[in-house]
Design a protein. Structure first.
Ligand SMILES: Cc1cc2nc3c(=O)[nH]c(=O)nc-3n(C[C@H](O)[C@H](O)[C@H](O)COP(=O)(O)O)c2cc1C
Length: 352
């Protein structure tokens, strides 16, 4: 193995290669995580959209299939987050990842238990604070990346954060899919890469075939950032649902939010006041309007249409722009083997 693949990232996380499979709601399931960690990368289970019961089953499944370390992604606002955190500690999970609105209480608890904290940041302004409150690794996701994303392009963000010399491994994220990208990130001073879309477009990803077909057709310039789904910039493939959302007025958005809340109620058993209460508590912690927050609290339903039910045009398709450069659905082991082989060739070429 090329010596450049042993980095502070692989040392902290205990994986073979400096490659992270990120958390993606309804995509980064036990099946995907098992496949990525077995292939030598580090995988995060997307537990931010799971109940504690489902999360426990997923953790048990991974543990029954592999002895390799893995991580769990949480969201500070999700219901029963404390139960999930306790479970991660009890099951000896290696790391937790999180994004917006990290909870210092949770970070302190998991760190005291010896777990590693891996936040994703989308702006260099958040780097110092993230490390100050406990980050062991910083994943820097640039504008090209899928799902919620910031405004700074990947390489610019990476340079900004590396230059701060904060004493923790820095991981490049947003737009990666191959070994050239890994070699470039290592040459740039990063300690590894993190990828979402590439792993979603794999054989083991549970995303329905009808939906994967839409990702295979996607074009780089038609995977856009919109705030219309939940009030925060989120990168998605421009499909008919996104076009409708983009053309909605504020009042139309609010009606849609209430309509979805009612549907959400029938799906989850949550009463409308409970939905409003959850939305209100999120609103207090963000700078969103109540209408946006209502959308945020039921955006999961719209995402699930595509990512779980296999109805890509009735839902939205969170995606990195890199989907426009991907035209296959290989096994995770092939993705990782290919990355390592081509990164090795790229590094040797530079050395010669
Ligand atoms: C389908 C999809 C779902 C995602 N869901 C989540 C999520 O639930 N939580 C999260 O922190 N990030 C989520 N993300 C962001 C990814 O974890 C990752 O940061 C991003 O995809 C990296 O950019 P890339 O797709 O260019 O590799 C999602 C991304 C995609 C493509």
């Amino acid at each position: 193995m090329h010596p450049s693949f042993k980095t502070p990232l692989t040392q902290v996380l205990g994986c073979n290669y400096p490659v992270i499979q990120t958390a993606m709601g309804w995509v980064s399931t036990s099946q995907l995580v098992t496949a990525t960690v077995e292939a030598g990368a580090f995988g995060f289970l997307a537990a931010a959209v799971m109940t504690p019961q489902d999360c426990e089953k997923e953790i048990q499944f991974i543990k029954s299939k592999t002895t390799k370390p893995f991580g769990v992604n949480i969201h500070a606002f999700q219901p029963d987050v404390d139960k999930i955190v306790d479970m991660c500690i009890d099951y000896g999970v290696m790391a937790i990842s999180y994004g917006r609105g990290p909870s210092t209480k949770i970070i302190e608890k998991v760190k005291n238990a010896g777990l590693k904290c891996v936040p994703t940041i989308g702006s260099s302004h958040h780097a110092e604070k993230a490390v100050e409150i406990g980050a062991d690794i910083l994943v820097c996701q640039g504008h090209e990346g899928g799902g919620h994303t910031g405004a700074t392009p990947t390489w610019l963000l990476l340079g900004q954060v590396i230059d701060k010399n904060l004493g923790v491994p820095v991981v490049a994220c947003g737009g990666f899919k191959d070994g050239r990208g890994l070699a470039a990130a290592l040459a740039f001073g990063a300690d590894g890469v993190a990828m979402g879309t590439r792993f979603m477009m794999s054989s083991e990803s549970p995303t329905p075939d009808t939906t994967k077909a839409e990702y295979l057709k996607a074009e780089v310039t038609k995977i856009l950032v919109s705030k219309k789904l939940d009030g925060l910039p989120q990168r998605m493939i421009l499909n008919s649902t996104l076009k409708t959302l983009e053309n909605s007025s504020k009042i139309g958005m609010l009606f849609r939010a209430f309509g979805n809340s009612l549907k959400y109620k029938s799906q989850t058993g949550m009463s409308l006041p409970q939905v409003v209460k959850t939305a209100w508590s999120m609103k207090k912690n963000t700078d969103l309007t109540l209408g946006q927050t209502m959308m945020a609290s039921n955006a999961p339903m719209i995402i699930q249409k595509a990512m779980v039910e296999g109805l890509p045009n009735e839902g939205v398709l969170p995606s990195g722009q890199v989907a426009g450069l991907i035209s296959d659905l290989p096994y995770c082991s092939e993705i990782i083997q290919n990355i390592i082989e081509t990164a090795t060739l790229s590094l040797k070429k530079l050395e010669s």
